[in-house]
Write a new protein. Structure first.
Length: 293
């Protein structure tokens, strides 16, 4: 039988009570700090999911403080980090801020609604201070739901993949395009955190692997634009609570905060708490394959 706490089953039975996720923490009132976070940031995130199709949402705080450790998630079947075939992290030019175009031998450029991704990494082992110097590898599918290096037609491209090094504020920023919703998965962005740039050539050295969930109202606004037609029906077939990655807590610590609109583009921000005192539990595995094209 699964262990319980105060009569409630633990959603992550192998972890400590304090590592059961935000939803469980709030339900049991483990700490005033997390409760206050939920009433502030977390409640705002919940509103984003339910408030319809407004194109502008609330911005996130600029501090590096995170409310808890980012959940470990699968890198999915298309990481491109050398763990299951292609390795973009071995290629010169992968450290870059604009990931829309391929580099090296690739020549393609991903089209779509402009998106800036900002991840603010906090070092939970040092009281939540900014995690300066970490290398963050980001990747996601294109407007058609394809992953470069893997999907039919873009095997020779490496766009929408790149590494940035966190500054003194723990922040990394990427210029990209809004990803599609492909069949079987909630719209998302993958990332891995490495202790430094020298470590990125070995995927086993990642200290965190997780995913950013995108708010429903923003997705609906984007998918009404030309080129995203397939995403409209795919989004209707999935929800945050049913997704095979975010479903355990509806992405409570992974739901990005978004500002902007479809004309000027969007900025997606997420606070990422990394605890180097815990062993990473993520890796390759199911993530829902994108459609072959």
């Amino acid at each position: 039988m699964n262990p319980t706490y105060e009569g409630r089953p633990l959603p992550r039975p192998r972890d400590e009570v304090v590592d059961q996720g935000l939803g469980f923490d709030i339900g049991t009132l483990l700490s005033r700090r997390r409760a206050l976070w939920f009433l502030g940031l977390g409640a705002a995130g919940a509103v984003l999911t339910a408030c319809g199709t407004s194109a502008t949402t609330t911005s996130a705080s600029s501090t590096a403080t995170a409310s808890g450790e980012i959940p470990d998630e699968t890198a999915g079947p298309y990481p491109g980090d050398g763990s299951n075939g292609p390795d973009v992290l071995e290629q010169s030019g992968v450290v870059r801020s604009d990931i829309r175009s391929s580099f090296g031998t690739g020549s393609g450029t991903a089209e779509g609604v402009p998106m800036t991704l900002e991840l603010v990494v906090a070092d939970l082992a040092k009281g939540g201070s900014p995690f300066a110097g970490v290398a963050v590898y980001v990747w996601h599918c294109d407007r058609e739901g394809r992953y470069s290096l893997y999907s039919q037609g873009v095997q020779n491209e490496n766009y929408l993949r790149g590494v940035q090094l966190a500054g003194a504020d723990g922040r990394v920023r990427y210029t990209s395009v809004f990803p599609a919703c492909y069949d079987g998965r909630w719209p998302h962005i993958h990332f891995e955190v490495y202790p430094d740039q020298a470590s990125i050539t070995d995927s086993a050295k990642a200290i965190a692997t997780s995913q950013v969930a995108l708010p429903q109202n923003v997705c609906e606004a984007v998918y009404a634009q030309p080129g995203y037609e397939a995403s409209v029906s795919n989004l209707r077939k999935v929800s945050l609570s049913s997704d095979n990655v975010f479903g355990d807590d509806s992405g409570a610590l992974q739901l990005g905060t978004v500002t902007g609109d479809v004309t000027a583009g969007y900025t997606v921000t997420l606070k990422v708490g990394v605890d180097t005192t815990t062993a990473p539990a993520a890796g390759g595995g199911p993530g829902g394959p994108p459609p072959s094209r």
